[in-house]
Design a protein around this ligand. Sequence first.
Ligand code: S3P
Length: 188
Amino acid sequence: MSLPKRIVLVGPMGAGKSTIGRMLARELGYRFLDSDRIIEERCGANIPWIFDVEGEDGFRQRETTMLAELSGYPQTVLATGGGAVMREENHDLLKRDAVVVYLKTSIEQQVERTRRDRNRPLLQNDDPEAVLRNLFAIRDPIYTELADIVMFTDRKSPRLVVRQLVNRINPRTPRHKRQIRKEGRNHA
Ligand code: S3P
């Protein structure tokens, strides 16, 4: 089995998609893309501002446009926003040429990892834990349905998650071959 063209990470806020995605990309010699960060760069504003001014609908429209563009980039690891699975039209864009990985995380871990975050508008309220629980109930079945691989991240270091993912994605790629691929990319 050879490496897939793209690896797409889905899962809730606080699952570690960006951290794990960046490390996984480095390990495979792929380019790392973070859909939320690219939306912010293109828009010249952060996500809270986009939610404030354009509403969640405005953000979701930008997200769909971004996913469509990024679905065409080969040799990439894409970290998506937690709500990217909510529009059905995004599903084909997420799955296109990709292995989809669901980074599954307990509510407790999500709460812990997002506790001091001010960049997630959906959690800026009195009871972010209730919001995370509610979102989990709605989204977990969708993440699961879309995913080729479900990977639990609780009580695992990002490094361990990445090692387990590399084994699941392509168990037969020896380390030295990954290194060669990586060097090839650096010289491209
Ligand atoms: C959202 C998750 C965020 C970001 C936006 C909405 C969501 O991304 O896209 O705040 O609906 O769950 P992360 O999952 O990277 O935090």
